[in-house]
Design a protein. Structure first.
Length: 292
């Protein structure tokens, strides 16, 4: 578990840096590029966005390796720290001091996260990550992401539109984690090159890249808003919530379910949600500086 935590935190730091850089670049693009491949074409011509993109790839690798050592709920829940790391970076860009309120609500968020993870003691069942269940997850999460995206196209408020796009992108990130979990489990079961070849019979192997591209378009479209206060916090809250629910309901994962554990888990989730909401209302998450 220790290795999973270290790798997940490393991924958080990388995602925080890449998120700030990518959001800064995306917010400078033409709003009409939203949800179009043309948006990615434009962003790939922006130096700072490319740097952020490369950092995010390393972050994805670290988070996927974390899934080898830890449960889906553990790794995805730790992604909440992403936003906490992004805040001081945003302050540095804006040449602001990290104020006491941010420190207070950041502490509340971390305390809630620790309380939830200790109380839940989430566990995965490796054999449950079958092709059938991965395809079922594609239908559930992909369908929900599609609905969120459609809703966003009818949203007149930029903040509400950003929320729905970020929610859809976070569901696709969750789906990527599930696909990687299946791939990792297949690799662990492979004892030689012949059995390793079965890896390519896994739907997760073929769905990973399309899922990544869709997630990238949705999240970058959400980043077109000038504030991280509606995009990054949404991703960091929806992602672990979706991962926990899908892990338990579809993949037979488990968390402690005694009355005291459920109580502490609820309090932990409440503290995390409260902390993130309070942090996202701060001025420091407005980071637009102009991309190069």
């Amino acid at each position: 578990m220790g290795t999973a935590i270290i790798l997940a935190v490393l991924a958080d730091i990388l995602f925080a840096i890449s998120g700030v850089l990518q959001q800064d670049a995306a917010s400078s693009t033409d709003p009409t590029y939203s949800l179009k491949l043309k948006l990615l074409t434009k962003l790939f011509s922006t130096k700072m966005w490319v740097v952020g993109f490369l950092l995010s790839l390393i972050g994805y690798f670290a988070s996927f390796m974390a899934l080898k050592y830890g449960s889906l709920t553990l790794v995805e829940s730790l992604m909440i720290l992403n936003f906490l790391f992004a805040l001081p970076l945003a302050d540095i860009i804006k040449k602001r001091r990290f104020n006491s309120q941010e420190l207070l609500f950041g502490t509340v968020t971390v305390a809630g996260l620790v309380l939830f993870l200790i109380s839940a003691d989430a566990k995965d069942i490796a054999t449950s990550y079958t092709a059938t269940k991965v395809i079922l997850s594609v239908v559930i999460l992909g369908g929900a992401a599609t609905c969120f995206t459609l809703i966003s196209t009818y949203s007149k408020s930029i903040n509400i539109k950003t929320f729905w796009l970020a929610s859809g992108g976070s569901l696709m990130n969750t789906l990527m984690a599930l696909e990687i979990k299946q791939i990792i489990n297949n690799i662990n079961k492979a004892s030689n090159y012949a059995t390793l070849a079965k890896l390519f019979e896994s739907p997760g192997t073929y769905l990973l890249i399309p899922t990544f591209i869709i997630a990238l378009i949705l999240i970058q479209s959400a980043f077109q808003s000038e504030k991280l206060s509606w995009s990054l916090p949404t991703v960091n809250l929806i992602n672990p919530l979706a991962a926990t629910i899908i892990a338990i309901t579809v993949f037979n994962g488990s968390i402690r379910s005694s009355w005291w554990a459920l109580g502490f888990e609820f309090v932990g989730v409440a503290l995390v949600t409260y902390g993130i909401i309070k942090l996202s209302s701060g001025k420091s998450v407005v980071i637009r500086t102009g991309a190069n």
